[in-house]
Structure formats: C-alpha cells, structure tokens
Design a protein around this ligand. Structure first.
Ligand code: ZN
Ligand code: ZN
Length: 349
C-alpha cells in the first residue's frame, strides 16, 4: 500500500517518511501540534508554518521544515501537500500522491470554520484515513455562534451573582476559541500558566491575526483573591480538580468539550455548566467529509472506530479500523467518558 500501518506509525515506504509517528523516526510529517500527533525524538519534522512555533514551545529546537497549505513538495518522488483540517491553528490534512494513487490522512479535523484554525477543505482521494473521536450519531453539534452566546450569557449571569466564571478549555485550540467567545462580554480575563504560555506563543509568532485574541493576565500566587471577583478564568483540564482553583471562590465552573453532549459527563465532572464546544467533527461532519473525498476505501483511526467503520461499510463505502496511538490530546483523553458513552449507547440500543 502507499501508506502502511506500522508499529511506529503511518509509513510511506515509497517516500520513506512517516505521518504523525508515535515512535522516533528519521522523517516525520506532522498534522498538528497536539501531543498525541506531534511527538518528541524525530530527526526531522515537516509541518505547516503555523505549527512550527507550537512544536518549538512543546518539543524544543529540532530540524523543522515548514510548508503553506496547497504547496506540493517532492519527497523521494512522492508528491506531498498539506491542506487545512480546521481542527486547531495550523492543523493540516496530508495528501500523498504516487504513480497516480492519492491518499489523504486527515489527522484531527473539524468541518465548521471557527475563524481561527483555517477552513477545512475536502480533498479528493482514492483512500482516506479519518479520525472518529465523536463517531457516534448522538454527537450532533450546535453552531459555534450559538455556543458562544450560551457562554456569554453564562458569564453575565455569574457576574450578576457576584461569581467568577472558570472555563475549562485545553490550552491549544479550545482556549483560543473560548477567548473569542468571552472577549465581547469582559476585559477581565485571567489564564492558567499553560493557557497563558500558548497564548503568548501564538501572539509572538504572529500566527493569529492581530485583534482576534484579547489580552489576558496570567494567574500568579501573589494575586489577591479580590482580583478575580466577576472575572473570567481560562484553565486547562488538569487544573479542574486541583487546589489551584480555591483562590477563585466564589465561582461557577463551566467545561467546554464535545463530551459534554452526554449529560452524565457534566455531573461526573462536577461542572455547573457544560458547553458542547468541540475541535472535532460531529457524526454528520465525519460522514459528509468522507463522502466529499470520493474515496473508495476508508481507514478509521482513533475514536469510535468500530461503529463508524461498520456504518460506512453498510453505506457501501469499504472501511476498516486501524489501531493507532492517537487519542490522548486533552479533549480525547477523556477515555473514561468515551467508554461510558459507548456503553450507554449500547444499552440504549
Ligand atoms: Zn488534535
Ligand atoms: Zn487526535
């Protein structure tokens, strides 16, 4: 096959390169900066221009080469190009062409244009490798604008009750979208160090257009408790049940994640509010994307592989599940929640 599924990752033997390998290799093409797709230890990295500063922040200095979208390069006679995946800033699908055969590897992707990540572009191919993080029919997203106004109303309500609003959003991708949502209702925005560092990286590297992201203040131990009254605080999932949160009391806790679509998950996470804001496709988005590629053969990676590939096969598109080591970026980590969801759906029929 043009791409083989090996124990190190997706491998193109004709071009002698890997895509998002999970073990160190000589040449790695990286779809995006989340830690399960962009790992440490490769000899060289090829990624979109916007992904490089993110990799530098997370992986330090390495041999990085960068490309824009739709700029083909030749790697050992194989034509390779990157195309917007709409998942997070810089996220790209990888198109690989050799002797007339075309494969597209989606990485993680989202079909709705969030105004930051670049608009997802369907790319025609013979074989499509797709993720399936939210590949169950129960996942059906509201429009971003509606979710943003839900978040804004919630912040206003908390303010009128004298409470701070703490929003849980992972630092790369979700946090920037949440900032977009809250910048119109408050100027009083604080962030956890992880969110702050990523924010500064994106601004310094000039990869998010000026004026899109608001100014934010890093939360530090010396800050008096009073500074947080009526403010908005953005924190990553790791901060959620830590003592770091105590300084914000009284506050209301909102979690922004696709997993919040399932009511029980919100309760389990002790959230006051769950906002179903995801950086991945919902069920319909996955199906429409697969159809738009025109692919005759589909390989399904991380998520609900078996449900999604079975559905495709029944719909007359040849599909198979692939085992990978993706699926622990901050949204996808909620493996526990995803297993519960699968069980729940199975018992609900
Ligand atoms: Zn991702
Ligand atoms: Zn992923």
């Amino acid at each position: 096959m043009l791409i083989d599924f090996t124990d190190k990752g997706l491998f193109c033997s004709a071009g002698n390169f890997y895509i998002d390998p999970w073990k160190p290799v000589d040449k790695a093409i990286i779809t995006h900066g989340h830690s399960d797709h962009a790992r440490w230890g490769n000899k060289s990295y090829l990624c979109h221009h916007y992904t490089k500063p993110i990799l530098q922040l997370r992986l330090g200095n390495n041999d990085y080469q960068t490309l824009g979208w739709n700029e083909p390069v030749d790697i050992n006679g194989v034509k390779v190009s990157l195309h917007p995946a709409g998942h997070i800033i810089g996220s790209s699908q990888v198109r690989v062409e050799y002797k007339g055969e075309v494969w597209v590897i989606s990485g993680d992707y989202k079909t709705e244009n969030d105004g930051i990540s670049g608009a997802y572009e369907p790319v025609k191919c013979h074989t499509f490798v797709t993720e399936s993080t939210f590949g169950l029919p129960i996942y059906n997203w509201k429009k971003q604008s509606e979710i943003y106004s839900d978040i804004q109303n919630w912040v206003r309500t908390n303010e009128s009750n004298g409470k701070a609003s703490v929003l849980i959003a992972y630092s790369l991708g979700k946090a920037q979208r949440v900032l977009q949502a809250v910048k119109n209702v408050t100027e009083n925005i604080y962030a956890h160090g992880a969110v702050y560092n990523m924010h500064q990286t994106l601004i310094t590297a000039d990869i998010i257009p000026a004026g899109i992201l608001p100014g934010i203040t890093r939360v530090t131990p010396e800050m008096p408790k009073d500074s947080f009254r009526n403010s908005v605080i953005i924190a990553p999932p790791s901060a959620e049940s830590s003592t770091w949160m105590k300084r914000f009391v009284p506050y209301s806790l909102g979690i922004c994640s696709g997993w919040m679509q399932v009511r029980g998950n919100q309760r389990r996470k002790n959230a006051d509010e769950g906002f179903v804001l995801s950086d991945h496709c919902d069920w319909k988005g996955l199906l429409q994307s697969v159809e738009a590629t025109g692919a005759q053969k589909v390989f399904v990676t991380h998520g609900f592989q078996s449900v999604f590939s079975r559905y495709l096969n029944e719909a007359g598109i040849e599909a198979a599940e692939i085992k990978t080591e993706y699926g622990n970026d901050e949204e996808e980590t909620t493996q526990e929640l995803s297993n519960d969801t699968a069980e729940q759906v199975a018992t609900d029929g």
